[in-house]
Design a protein around this ligand. Structure first.
Ligand code: OFO
Length: 175
């Protein structure tokens, strides 16, 4: 059984993950309109992953006798100045999500909710990967210094990331 405090915090996390999904969907759509199909495919895939993160939380809350709530979401920005802005936003957003997961883990310890604490470890690991990928992308874009030719290769790189994610089996913890 979840305490009311933990249930409320998990529902806040459900909202944050769902907002991430919408955010990345909007970025993907913008990238596609710029002819950056590799970046777009990567972000479409990332958006799907965030939806799964949200749904996994909803199902966990319900399984533990709470009620996972579907949030009303604010529309994300539709336009971006550059690919650099997109990936800087992704990094900033993932850092925020990591902080939120850490606070949740901390709350579980205070509430002595070891089952939820254990469940959240999957998210802790996931955030390490997500932050690292976003940080590497930001660094690469900085290194390119706005070169159009380099952007072509960056786009191809992101396409490879998107393909790898799509062809890998069910993400760990989602089975
Ligand atoms: Fe759900 O990991 Fe990113 O936000």
């Amino acid at each position: 059984m979840l305490s009311k405090k933990v249930e409320a915090a998990l529902n806040k996390q459900i909202e944050l993950e769902a907002a991430s999904s919408n955010y990345y969907l909007s970025m993907a759509s913008w990238a596609e309109t710029q002819g950056l199909n590799g970046v777009a495919n990567f972000l479409y895939g990332h958006s799907d992953e965030e939806r799964m993160h949200s749904m996994k939380l909803i199902r966990f809350v319900n399984e533990r006798g709470g009620h996972g709530l579907v949030p009303a979401l604010k529309a994300p920005p539709a336009k971006y100045k550059s690919v650099n802005e997109v990936f800087e936003t992704v990094l900033h957003h993932e850092e925020k999500v990591s902080q939120s997961i850490n606070e949740l883990v901390d709350l579980c310890l205070k509430e002595k909710d070891y089952s939820t604490h254990n469940f959240l470890q999957w998210y802790v690991t996931e955030q390490i990967e997500e932050e690292a990928l976003a940080r590497t992308s930001v660094d690469k874009l900085k290194f390119m210094g706005g070169e159009k030719a380099a952007l072509y290769f960056f786009d191809r790189d992101m396409a490879a990331h998107a393909t790898a994610a799509a062809t890998s089996s069910t993400p760990k913890g989602m089975e």
